[in-house]
Design a protein around this ligand. Structure first.
Ligand SMILES: NC(=O)c1ccc[n+]([C@@H]2O[C@H](COP(=O)([O-])OP(=O)(O)OC[C@H]3O[C@@H](n4cnc5c(N)ncnc54)[C@H](OP(=O)(O)O)[C@@H]3O)[C@@H](O)[C@H]2O)c1
Length: 245
């Protein structure tokens, strides 16, 4: 019997990178997985690759209405929810003076507000299931802010504060809230930085180390959700060994 058999997991940002790896891992552990992201073609390809016990939920989490609709859609499909992995995120780094504030508003909506929305919607089904997991994918940027990361760090520090308060509110309901704070992970995230100088500086820095792979983060998340019910992992910070900040 696989450890997550009979459990349903919703993974946001499942079309690439960390979210895709998490979906693969949880499915491998026996969970049904609900995949959410904008790129429906990628979700369909992943679902086909995984085989059965997968649903896809194409949505733009930058749109508050679509964020609110996601958990009800998943419940409509599977009838229950045991694990939420709020992972979708973007990182339009730039110095504050040059930042496109519309892009930062979208980042706040996707990285922080949609995670809050989806987490809130998950509370009733998780309680109905007798408990479960809310995994919030934050970043080491939520622990220490640096130039060009003002907006991004604000979303991740915000997610960290939200998660800690939520953990305390739901502790007696059997709902575990875990913050995952990775350092550099080899994904598409950095390529999406619109500010050229920042993108190139980050690429140079990334070239000085062996980054984490998405599967490293997925393994940490899989470990958290397979702990005995009385064990709540509050936060995991994981970095490439050579990452010195
Ligand atoms: N890579 C790193 O070094 C690193 C380090 C620390 C933390 N993180 C965090 O890890 C999470 C995953 O990032 P990643 O590195 O795996 O990046 P990625 O490969 O770019 O994946 C990001 C995921 O988020 C989804 N997404 C973005 N905007 C969305 C929107 N408006 N609506 C719905 N889904 C959306 C993307 O799907 P679509 O484009 O198909 O919508 C994609 O599936 C993010 O929260 C990121 O901040 C990453």
């Amino acid at each position: 019997m696989k450890p997550m058999a009979g459990k349903t997991a919703l993974v946001t940002g499942a079309s690439a990178g960390i979210g895709e790896a998490v979906a693969r891992h949880l499915h491998g552990l026996g969970a049904r997985v609900a995949l959410a992201a904008r790129r429906a073609d990628r979700l369909r390809a992943l679902a086909a690759d995984l085989g059965g016990e997968v649903s896809i939920h194409p949505c733009d989490l930058g749109d508050p209405g679509q964020a609110r609709a996601l958990v009800p859609q998943v419940l409509g499909h599977w009838g229950a929810l045991d694990i939420l992995v709020a992972n979708a995120g973007i990182m339009p780094l730039a110095p504050v003076a040059e930042a496109d504030l519309d892009a930062w508003r979208t980042m706040i909506e996707v990285n922080l507000t949609s995670a809050i929305t989806v987490a809130q919607a998950s509370l009733a089904p998780l309680e109905a299931a007798g408990g479960g997991d809310i995994i919030l994918v934050a970043s080491v940027a939520g622990l220490a802010a640096a130039p060009t990361g003002a907006g991004y760090s604000a979303t991740k520090a915000g997610l960290r504060a939200f998660g800690e308060a939520l953990r305390r509110e739901t502790a007696r309901l059997g709902i575990r809230v875990t913050l995952i704070s990775p350092g550099l992970v080899a994904t598409e995230l950095q390529a999406g930085i619109p500010h050229e100088e920042t993108r190139e500086a980050l690429a140079r820095w990334a070239g000085t180390m062996t980054p984490l792979e998405p599967t490293d983060v997925a393994e940490a998340i899989s470990w958290c959700v397979t702990r005995p019910a009385h064990v709540c992992i509050g936060e995991i910070v994981l970095r490439p060994t050579a990452q010195d900040r």
